[in-house]
Design a protein. Structure first.
Length: 244
């Protein structure tokens, strides 16, 4: 970081950027696979309605109906091991919508997305651009239940959760979406490109501006990329200003 940039950020009260207390953080996101995911899916309770009918029903729900549906969802194998579904949290009329990958162990226990060190870092990232959790910001995930061992959610799991997120977005009507991490970005944009390719561009999610940045959990393991995430946040802030 140049001396001039340091001086500017210091004057703005933005140094140190997103400083959190040092913790002995280990990468708990060990990638594991079910011996047969399809066998796991078959163990889920059978549905009496087609996927299309289920999707249409979800897309017409109000907030209370949607929350109740998510709380009792058993559409995929993730429901079998969860403590609780993690619906989302924040301002239900927010201009800013942050979307991550899926709940971790702490989120599964508390029922709120982005808690623990990654959640603190996200809060600091938002604060750096004048935002606050719950105040004009809503936070959700691609899937509502924790994948075992914090692995990436499988395609079937993201498909079953997609109508829930689509309905949340429709109800919130955000002005901008911040996709946090590769899994969120690829699912929202229906893309297989890596995050380095998707960053720095203004994307669209059904007419809503969408900007891709790194997941806070990744930034805890790769501190040098925090500078790139700061650029993404500034890009998002500038984009929001241009919409007014």
């Amino acid at each position: 970081m140049s001396n001039r940039r340091k001086i500017i950020l210091k004057e703005l009260g933005l140094l140190p950027l997103w400083h959190i207390k040092s913790e002995n953080l280990q990468d708990s996101a060990v990638s594991t696979k079910f011996s047969s995911q399809e066998d796991q899916y078959k163990k889920c309770p059978a549905s009496n309605i087609s996927n299309d009918t289920r999707r249409q029903q979800i897309l017409h729900m109000d907030w209370d109906q949607l929350k109740a549906e998510v709380a009792h969802c058993a559409a995929c194998a993730l429901s079998q091991a969860r403590a609780q579904a993690v619906f989302g949290v924040g301002d239900e009329k927010a201009d800013w919508l942050c979307i991550g990958e899926g709940p971790g162990a702490r989120e599964d226990a508390t029922g709120e997305p982005f808690v623990g060190p990654a959640g603190k870092l996200l809060d600091n990232m938002l604060s750096a651009v004048g935002l606050q959790r719950g105040n004009n910001v809503y936070i959700a995930n691609i899937v509502k239940c924790r994948p075992p061992n914090n692995r990436n959610p499988a395609p079937n799991e993201t498909r079953q959760c997609e109508p829930y997120l689509a309905r949340q977005i429709e109800l919130i009507k955000p002005k901008i979406i911040l996709a946090l991490g590769k899994v969120a970005a690829q699912n929202l944009l229906k893309s297989d490109e890596n995050i380095s390719t998707l960053r720095g561009k203004l994307h669209q999610y059904f007419g809503i501006p969408l900007i891709v940045t790194y997941h806070p959990a990744y930034l805890l393991r790769s501190l040098p990329d925090k500078a790139k995430a700061w650029e993404d946040l500034c890009f998002a802030k500038d984009t929001m200003r241009s919409l007014k």
